[in-house]
Ligand binder design. Sequence first.
Ligand code: URA
Length: 244
Amino acid sequence: MAKAATSRVDKLLSSMGYGSRNEMARLAKAGGITLDGVALEDVSARLAVTEDLPGRMRIDGEALDPLAGMVILLNKPLGMTCSHKEAGPLVYDILPARWRRRDPAISTIGRLDKQTSGLLLLTDDGGLLHRIISPKRHVPKTYRARLARALTGREGEMFASGRLMLEGEEKPLAPAVLEVVSETEALLTVTEGRYHQVRRMFAAVGNHVEALHRERLGGLTVPEGMAPGAWRLLTADEIAAIFD
Ligand code: URA
């Protein structure tokens, strides 16, 4: 069995956004850090960073946050931006405030536009992030689009052709699958993640997307009943389902 990594208590907590190492030392002195119910006073002590640590360690009486390697599924609401820096409401504002200070940082896996809602994943696992967004993996993403104009019936063939060019680009889009829901509503499944891809695809066939919602990413969908703005951590099985 692989040996668990170890870390100094102050370094671990600081990397999880709880505060500076000095602040962790002060918190420990005040009895605010416990392990298996016993106050842990020496923050220079090394701990085995094992999966069960969040269940055993309490900070100010609360269970330790998830360790590095988390994947979050968020039902993104409209009006929030997938950016660390831009002005206005950011998707990161939805998560606990100290998670903004974590190192490795939590980032969105790809982006949804400010005015796109639906399934958004976030992670602090850079390797996983790159595997999911890599065009070589062809992870399918399904969007529900409400359109300004009635579909003509020719869009499906054009999207599936592998020849559709987006304005200003040099490489045609990979084939995508269109499923017509009504005259002005469709599901579109793409395997790439180009800038504003779905909106630009419909613009390329003379239409305009009025509302856009991501319903599926790989084998994942937004869990039934999950309200816009709600989120939860994915299990290992759910993470594997991304590549199903
Ligand atoms: N395509 C878009 O146009 N916007 C998104 O947010 C996602 C895909």
